[in-house]
Write a protein that binds this ligand. Structure first.
Ligand SMILES: [Zn+2]
Length: 458
């Protein structure tokens, strides 16, 4: 019965997400606003579930990692120290005919298949070839390729000069390194984790929520002794990252690692590996792991004149720790879970059902509660009582619209693992019918065993 799973096109996922209340294009009533999206009711649940899963996995269950939550607006000097003010750029090029603006390396990649990221002169030269036509107006008349900052600028009445929306969350962690080591008894190796919004003023955004200007990151800075052999820790982080994507529903065959070639690494990085997911538009980066040496703490030390060191008391050693940085894109994690869950199944009798096979941990609604008939007050009242009980513990939905078959389909479409029906047997014998999303099998359980049943299964 199960059909072979193919990678579902992004247009289908985006249309489906809108129709079912996962993700909406934002500002639609005002004609839309480039690449901004809202998480609808079910999308917001998924987002919270993924954040909670990540936090449990990497913070609450780890004695060596603490969490924090820093601000979006930070002292602009921090971005000078990190190199963002001067070096965080996109290459852009304009079509002189239709005035459309493109990200130069993406345009050159689309036109020639060559990756020329960073090579402004090279890209300008390639685009002089009259065969390099504008995808919009089909003419060939380009400006030079040039850099533009990807930082969103704003201002603060109490501060002279520009202030930026943070382009990544990591900065706040380094800034509070001293506070954390002073206020907590953390011992190297230890990590500091954070989930939060970051902003990048990208020139062209594309592929649904894969590339958006306002996005959420889940980042960890894992501080280590510079003298130790870091490779086993690096390997361990890679396996944890993979486990995280498996728990979102990603198959191993849809995940791969991409190691940044030595010549493209930042001067301070010993090794950087990305995880990529097999989207319908190609492999796309969903997370990264970088060995950043002591670059960040050293830079912030220099720019702030504040010693950012670790004191190893038992060995009477003082040093600047090195750092491993695992980073995850939350919006991309949501996209992976949507793509991995989307399944069209042909049923016996030729009917097709769309079912979102989310792992139970991720599913936006865990249990849907139905009264068999909406015009029988006894059934409705009992079903509401069951709903009230279960919803103390699980995200539940109450539905009395249409026949039970239709309600099952609606719940399949949002990936609800269990549907529970209150029927006449509930009133007479104290039993309810529980239906499983994946097998579509129904079983009868006693009301008093209901809590135990869901404790075991959810
Ligand atoms: Zn054009």
């Amino acid at each position: 019965m199960e059909n072979e799973k193919k990678q579902v096109p992004m247009e289908i996922i985006s249309a489906y997400s809108k129709r079912k209340g996962f993700i909406y294009p934002s500002s639609e009533i005002y004609g839309g606003f480039a690449n901004s999206y809202s998480y609808g009711p079910y999308g917001a649940e998924i987002k919270n579930n993924i954040k909670n899963m990540w936090w449990k996995m990497f913070v609450s269950s780890r004695p060596d990692i603490v969490g924090m939550d820093g601000p979006i607006l930070l002292h602009p000097k921090l971005w000078e120290a990190s190199g963002h003010t001067s070096g965080f750029n996109d290459a852009l090029v304009d079509c002189k005919e239709c005035k459309k603006r493109f990200r130069a390396d993406h345009l050159v990649m689309d036109l020639t298949g060559k990756d020329m990221e960073g090579d402004l002169e090279g890209m300008t030269k390639v685009l002089q070839d009259p065969k390099m036509k504008c995808p919009e107006c089909k003419k060939s008349n380009w400006t030079e390729a040039r850099h533009i900052s990807m930082m969103f600028k704003t201002e603060m009445n109490a501060y002279e000069g520009p202030v930026y929306l943070r382009p990544e969350t990591a900065g706040a962690i380094f800034m509070d390194f001293k506070n954390i080591t002073d206020s907590l008894r953390v011992k190297v190796p230890f990590g500091v984790a954070q989930i939060g919004k970051a902003f990048r003023n990208e020139i062209v955004a594309r592929n649904f929520t894969f590339r958006i200007r306002e996005f959420e990151q889940m980042e960890i800075e894992y501080f280590i002794d510079p003298e130790i052999d870091w490779e086993p820790l690096f390997e361990d982080w890679l396996s944890k990252q993979k486990e995280f994507y498996n728990r979102l529903g990603a198959d191993d065959r849809d995940l791969r690692q991409y190691e940044h070639p030595k010549e493209k690494l930042s001067h301070y990085s010993k090794k950087t590996i990305d995880f990529e997911y097999n989207f319908s538009f190609g492999w796309g980066e969903v997370s990264g792991l970088a060995h950043r040496g002591n670059f960040d703490l050293t830079q912030h030390s220099e720019y702030s004149n504040e010693k950012l060191e670790y004191f190893d008391a038992p060995n009477n050693r003082r040093y600047v720790p090195h750092v491993l940085e695992p980073t995850f894109g939350l919006d991309r994690a949501i996209l992976v879970s949507l793509v991995a869950a989307y399944t069209e199944e042909e049923l016996e009798g030729g009917e097709t059902r769309v079912v979102m096979k989310f792992p139970k941990e991720i599913a936006p609604v865990k249990i849907a509660v139905f009264p068999l008939l909406k015009n029988k007050p006894d059934l409705v009242e009992k079903a509401k009582e069951v709903f009230t009980n279960l919803s103390q513990k699980y995200t539940c939905e109450f539905d009395d619209n249409g026949n039970v078959g239709k309600r099952y389909r609606r719940q399949d479409e949002i990936g609800t693992p269990y549907c529970l029906t209150v029927d006449f047997d509930t009133l007479e014998k104290g039993t309810v019918t529980v239906r499983d999303r994946d097998t579509m099998k129904q079983e009868t359980i006693k009301l008093e065993e209901m809590d135990k049943y869901f404790e075991e299964n959810l």
